[in-house]
Design a binder for this molecule. Sequence first.
Ligand code: GTP
Length: 610
Amino acid sequence: YPAHRIRNFAIIAHIDHGKSTLSDRLLELTNTIQRHKPGDNNQVLDKLKVERERGITVKAQTVSMFYKHDGEEYLLNLIDTPGHVDFSWEVARSLGACEGALLLVDASQGVQAQSISVFHAAKDKKLKIIPVLNKIDLPAAEPERIATQIQAMFDLDPNDILNVSAKTGLGVRDVLHAIIDRVPPPNAGTNHDAPLKMLLFDSLYDRYRGVISLVSIKDGELRKGDKIASCHSRKKYEVMDLGIMHPEEVPTACLRPGQVGWIGACAATKKSGKETLIGDTFHRVGQPVEPLPGFQLAKPMVYAGVYPVDSNDFPKLEESIKRLTLTDRSVSVQRESSTALGQGCRLGFLGTLHMDVFRQRLEDEYDASVIITAPTVPYKLVYHDRTEFVSNPTDFPDINDPRVRLNEVQEPMVTASIIVPSDYLGEMMELCTSHRAQDIDYRYLDSEYQSSRIMLTCRLPLGEIMTDFFDKLKSRSSGFASFDYEDAGYQKSDLVKMTFLLNGRQVDALAFIVHRSAAENIGREWALKLRKVIPRQQFEVPIQAVVGKKVIARETISAVRKDVTAGMYGGHHERKMKKLAEQKEGKKRLKRIGSVDVPQEAFFEILSSN
Ligand code: GTP
C-alpha cells in the first residue's frame, strides 16, 4: 500500500463512551470480522478476561482493515488506546503511531474528565481530531447540547461532528469515510529507500510464540531477516517474522513506510521481554537514524508488596509475575521479604486501577489468591546532603530522630479534575477538602442550560487518591462524577510513619506513611480491624498503633483457653497425643509475631479488605 492509501487512527474516549463497540462496528463494516446481530457485544479488541469482566480496555490492541472508497482500496489501521487515567502514558505512546483520532463522546453523558485529557494528548501530537457523538439512539441523548459543549471545550467546528450509534450501527459508515477524507495519510517517507526508522509502540506476549512487538514504520521498508538495532539500548535483533494484525497476526512479505504491524520473535528478545523498550526507535544495523521524540520509561506511582497466601508457593508466584510482566512492561518488580508474610515481591504500578488489573491477572495466571499490602506512593526524603525516594514504609526513617538529619519529606501531588452536575458541587468540594485538596476551583461547562455540569479542579496528594477516593467520588455523586488527574510534582508535607505492635512486637507488613493530622483516625481504624481478624490467644494480646514512640490507638484481644483434649478422659492417651500432634501441624501455617500466632489468612483478610 502506498502511503496515500493508508490511514492510521485511534479512538479516544472517556471510559464507557463506546470505544470498543464502535471498533467492533468498524471491523464488521470492513469485513475484518464477521457481522453480528445488532446489539451483540462482540468486542474483539478487548482480549483479556479481566477487561471483559470489568468492561474496560487495559491493553492497547491494534488492527488493520481494508476498505474500498471511491474505487480505491485503503488500509486503515486502528490503534486502540486504553481508556483509563492510569494508562495515560500508554495513550500518548499509541497516539505516536497515528495521524488522526476519533474523539468519541457519549451523547447522553457529554464531555467527561478523560475526554478532556485524551483530547489534549491527541492535540499535543498534532493529530487531526474527528469529533463523534455516540449513543444517539438513547432517549437521554442530547446531541445539540453536547455539540455545544464540544465546541466550547475543544474549539472544534460543530459542523464537523458526526452523530452515530455504535450499538445499532447508525452513521458508522460515515465515520469510515471521515477517516479517509479528513485524516492525513502518514507523511512518513514516500521514499522507500530511506534508512529504516521504526517506532516500537507496544508489545504482546504469547505463551507459544514469545514476544510480539507492534511497530509503526516511519521510513524505509522492513522485511523478514532484516537486522535491526535499538536507538536507546543499542541492542541488535533479527526480524524472524512480520505482518499486520487482521484482526490476529497475518504474515506479510514486508512492512512499508506509514504501515503499522507486528514483528515477531527477534532472535535476541525471546523470553527476555524486558529488553525491548516500548517507545524505542529502531534502525537498520549500520544505518543509524535520529530517534523519534517522546521516549520515556514507565514511571511507577503506586507500590505494593505481593505475597503468596501460603509462603511455600513463592517460587510459583514469582514465575507467574515474571510471565505477566512480559505483557505489561510498566510493572516494576523487586524481591522483598517480611517476617509476617515471608518471601514476596514489591511491585510498582502506574496507578491503583493498574494494580487491581494486575492483581486479577495474577490470580488468574497463578490460580490462587495473593496478599497485596496497602499501596504506597514514592515519597521524597530531602536530607541535608542528599535526596532519596522511599516507597516502602519499612524503609521510612523515624523523622523525629535527630540523628536522621532529614530536612523535609515531600509527597507526589496531582492536578485533579472532576466533572459533575452542579448539584453535587458541595459534596465534591467536601470530599476534596477531606483529602487535603488545595487550590480548589471550578467552572461551568454549559452555562445556558439548566442543571449544568461543572469542572472542578484542585491539587491533591497522590497518596490520598490511592485507596477509596474514586469509590467515594462515585457514591457521593450518585455515579455522575468523572475524574482524571495528572502529575503535579512533589510538595513538602508533614508525614509520619505509623506502625503496629502486637503484644509489643512490630508487625512489619503493617506500616503506613500517613499525614500527621490523619494518624489518629487511621490508627484506631486499623487497630480495630486487627482485633477482628486475629484469633484470640491463650493470653491477652494488646494491639497498639504507634507513631514515633507514641501510642496513638490501642485495642485488646481478650484471652481464650482452647483445650483440644477437653472431653477426653483417662485411658485415651493415644488419641490425646494424636490430637495434640494435629494441632501442632495446624500451627505450622501460623506466623509468630511477639509470641502471637497469626494465620497468614488474617493478613490476607485485613489487607484485601482495604
Ligand atoms: P472502555 O473500554 O472501558 O474505555 O469502554 P468503551 O469506551 O470501549 O465502551 P464500550 O464499547 O465497552 O461501551 C460501553 C457501554 O455502552 C456498553 O454497555 C455498550 O453496549 C454501550 N454502548 C456503546 N455504544 C452504544 C450506543 O451507540 N448506544 C447505546 N445505547 N449503547 C452503547
